[in-house]
Design a protein around this ligand. Sequence first.
Ligand code: GAR
Length: 210
Amino acid sequence: RLKLGVLVSGRGSNLQALIDACRDPAFPAEIAVVISNRADAQAIARAEAAGIATAVIPHRQFASRADFDAAVDARLRQAEVALVCLAGFMRLLTTGFVAAWFDRMINIHPSLLPSFKGLHPQQQAIDAGVRLSGCTVHYVRDEMDAGPIIVQAMVPVLPDDDESRLADRILTAEHAAYPLAVRLIADGRVTVSGERTLVSGGGWPAAPVL
Ligand code: GAR
């Protein structure tokens, strides 16, 4: 099974979706370590409850971003991680770290990229008046919320949505999309080709449309 290292900062509901997927012995990946930059992240409690190794690496204890990233890198290598999954990890990573894990690190973002990068993408979608939004799982590149797309899932934006209602609807899609992306990669079906990915073996990875 492909060994995952999951980087988290908060609630950890996407981590939970991955934990639940990995419980199935037929799922082709397992979580080797969960790393948080915050000791109080609910995600850490979720990992502990599931009996998964955890590491808290508080970013404030490091003189520079590079030093923090080096500590994260060392813990990932110690756990023999093959794929890094950012799951609500709210720190920007250095160019060196992104290069070290090039095509071996993925992120989930709550919009249909390339629309609505950065903070509050759900509010950005409401403000733009779009009728559809969703989530994107993509390989990580230096530019924030950019990189070859692996899976997208869409949800409607409804007339009475506020940021939190839309975020909840997108989150349900995220919990299907993230395990799907990991499964496709672990099955060796995803190839990066320039700015996009190719997926072999049939089935187009647009996850449940809710
Ligand atoms: C998720 O909606 C995720 O897509 C988003 O943070 C939330 C984390 O929730 N990530 C980003 O906005 C990254 N740019 P979770 O901790 O419950 O998985």
